[in-house]
Design a binder for this molecule. Sequence first.
Ligand code: ATP
Length: 322
Amino acid sequence: TQSAQSSQPPGSTATSTVTVRVPAKVNVQLSVGGLRADGFHGLANVFLAVGLYDSISATRAEAPLLTASGPDAAQIPLDDSNLAVRAARLLARRHGLAPDVHLHIAKDVPVAGGMAGGSADAAGALLACDTLWETRTPREELLELCAELGSDVPFSLLGGAALGRGRGEILTPLEVTGTFHWVFAIADGGLSTPEVYRECDRLREAAGTGSGAASVPDPEPAPELLAALRAGDADALAATLRNDLQPAAVSLRPALAETLEAGVAAGALAGLVSGSGPTCAFLMNDADSAARTAQALLASGTCRAARPTTGPAPGATLVRPL
Ligand code: ATP
């Protein structure tokens, strides 16, 4: 309902602008099965949401419009291929509405960085438009729409920590004790996720193990890793971090090996490539060591930026109106 201070046009009962904040993610385990007939890979994917966020705002408009801000905004496509636009169109179609909305993305998650920034924007746009249009889509249905938009989108809505099976979209929330400290080393330029999967298949073929679903064992979550999350044990988690896409990302971007070395030399418990890269994630003991390691990583010249943060972080959250 309209409040006394609202800047709504007379007669309007809708909120003028809705803003949703959505976290980035790191995969603490990304186990990749063989290439399936449908072109996807089976995954055992343990997601952890971390405290780097994009904000997506939705405002009523005469016609669809997309704008973006932030240092990397120029790298975001502003046409219909943008995942936020696709999300708004999908929701509008579901409810028989016109997708006339101004979406604004305030981008802080690295673009094409392996941290699911585009997926975050899709989940944010869905929640923002659902709130703006008062369509009240049930949570289960929102998660289904997320899965239609991309394998990582349901987790962006959910946040926290979760196991993803299938393409990564079949989620089971995971219990985590406390907070883990991280540093993210952000590279210059992105990596294309499909290219990294192709390189993973190519490396498997070259190694003689085969890349098909028949030759690669079905991926399973590591019980020690789930136990480390449950216990809030950073040392145990450091010992079990695993990313099957890391060799492919490093093969396509050999300089990542130096970034990974620099982070561990600067005090990280362990480092790994985040998702399909090229962002590198470093697990830390505490906030102080995260701040120091971030400085040392930047000084090493092996990354463009180094961001200390924590996880798990909450999923897509309405921040305006509160
Ligand atoms: P993931 O970790 O899920 O593999 P990523 O973080 O590596 O993804 P994104 O930032 O999601 O990569 O972007 C991948 C590509 O998707 C970009 O290069 C861009 O062309 C396209 N894209 C579409 N919509 C968006 C968006 N809202 N923000 C960023 N990129 C987008």
